[in-house]
Design a protein around this ligand. Structure first.
Ligand code: PMP
Length: 408
């Protein structure tokens, strides 16, 4: 039984009623981007038809209204993450930019030769490449926490990798390629025992789990708007206040300064503005606030529980398919079913199943080192959201069986 009314909930998502190749759309690519409910879409029309104005520096009504809505979204994100203070919420373009912010600001000023940054085998490229770019410049070493055969992090190896040299642990909360939920609270405790910080890439956790940055004791936490039923072009970096206060700006421009002078140099604004140079994605931020409001109205716990039902159902069904191998069988998973099929290229499956109206993702999922570790170049990935139904899972399985029959 659905813990909430999924049929009614689907009505709120206009795109879900469309057809693809003459078939009802079955959208199972939610880990890449989730769909948006009407109340999020409406923010754009409303903003641009009623109060489009640049924020913070205006003294007119439209600017005041836009600023209030923008800062209101910041307060919503603060509550969503259980942050101590709304000033710890920095708006970015997404998870990628949030991680790059930490690398370029905190990392560039704090990391040097002899230091170590621990990342994991499960990371998305966006939590690998920013560290590689910086390591080439600063000379620190990147070490990789391995995974076991189920795709869970090897915690014994993690403990062994930690040392006085470790300055940062940068890991995802949930793997986008396998769905593994990582024990980030325990990892934070261990990192802190060595005086290291922990940055958590929450891009795949925020859509499915109740995130509490204080309970986790995260130093940095990042997520993207477009994976939590919000728009593209916006994301969040949460940081501990003492860290953010001490970090240098990374992009210069308007909004992030206190005073600018050719003679006296420039002084910077307080957080969060210090890290928000230039005009932000105002409508997108407001829409992100609305998306979070939508998620909370449904209940983040209820969403995660329903997706668990869908994932279990899908896992059981695909397990019956001969020659199909699931990648990622850790006991704690969220939202993602990744698999390969003997004798069938993932790319072919993806293209053919689209002809039957089913959207899944195929490829390396921006996690090439992980896939390489499992000896594959690509997988098929079905990923779930609040609005998916058991009937859709059945349609997906039926379509998958047909496609496998065609290509084998
Ligand atoms: N980390 C993870 C785990 C992700 O799944 C993604 C998006 N696929 C990202 C980071 C990057 O997010 P974005 O492209 O929104 O910046």
């Amino acid at each position: 039984n659905a813990p909430f009314d999924v049929v009614a909930l689907r009505e709120e998502f206009p795109v879900l009623s469309r057809e693809v190749h003459g078939k009802p759309l079955v959208y199972l690519d939610n880990a890449a981007t989730s769909q948006t409910p009407r109340q999020v879409i409406e923010v754009f029309g409303d903003y641009y038809s009623r109060y489009n104005a640049n924020i913070h520096r205006g003294l007119h009504t439209l600017a005041d209204e836009a600023t209030a809505a923008f800062e209101g979204a910041r307060h919503r994100v603060k509550a969503f993450l259980n942050a101590e203070d709304a000033r710890q919420v920095i708006f970015t373009r997404g998870t990628t930019e949030a991680i790059n912010l930490v690398a370029q600001s905190w990392g560039r000023s704090q990391l040097a030769a002899g230091d170590e940054v621990l990342i994991s085998m499960l990371e998305h490229h966006s939590n690998i490449v920013p560290w590689q770019l910086l390591a080439a410049e600063r000379g620190f070493t990147i070490k990789v926490i391995p995974v076991d055969s189920q795709g869970a992090l090897d915690m014994t190896a993690y403990r062994a990798l930690l040392s006085e040299r470790t300055k940062l642990v940068a890991v995802n909360h949930v793997s986008n390629a396998l769905g593994t939920i990582n024990p980030v609270k325990e990892m934070a405790t261990l990192a802190h025992q060595y005086g290291a910080l922990i940055l958590i890439d929450g891009a795949q956790a925020a859509p499915h789990l109740k995130v509490d940055v204080q309970a986790i004791d995260a130093d940095f936490y990042a997520f993207s708007g477009h994976k939590v039923y919000g728009p593209t072009g916006v994301g969040v970096l949460y940081g501990k206040k003492s860290l953010l206060d001490a970090m240098p700006p990374w992009q210069g421009g308007g909004e992030m300064i206190k005073t600018v002078s050719f003679d006296l140099g420039t002084t910077y604004a307080e957080i969060p503005h210090k890290f928000e140079a230039g005009t932000p994605a105002i409508a997108e931020v407001i829409a992100l606030g609305r998306a979070i409001e939508w998620m909370e109205s449904v209940g983040v716990g209820a969403i995660g529980a329903w997706e668990g039902v869908l994932l279990d159902h899908a896992t059981q069904a695909v397990s019956q398919i001969e020659g199909l191998r699931i990648l990622g069988t850790a006991p704690h998973k969220a939202g993602v079913l990744s698999f390969v099929v003997e004798g069938a290229h993932s790319q072919d499956i993806g293209l053919l199943i689209d002809q039957l109206g089913v959207a899944i993702r195929t490829g390396h999922h921006c996690a090439q080192p992980l896939l390489h570790h499992f000896g594959v170049d690509a997988t098929c990935r079905a990923s779930f959201a609040a609005y998916n139904t058991l009937e859709e899972v059945d349609s997906f399985i039926e379509a998958l069986q047909r496609v496998i029959g065609m290509v084998r």
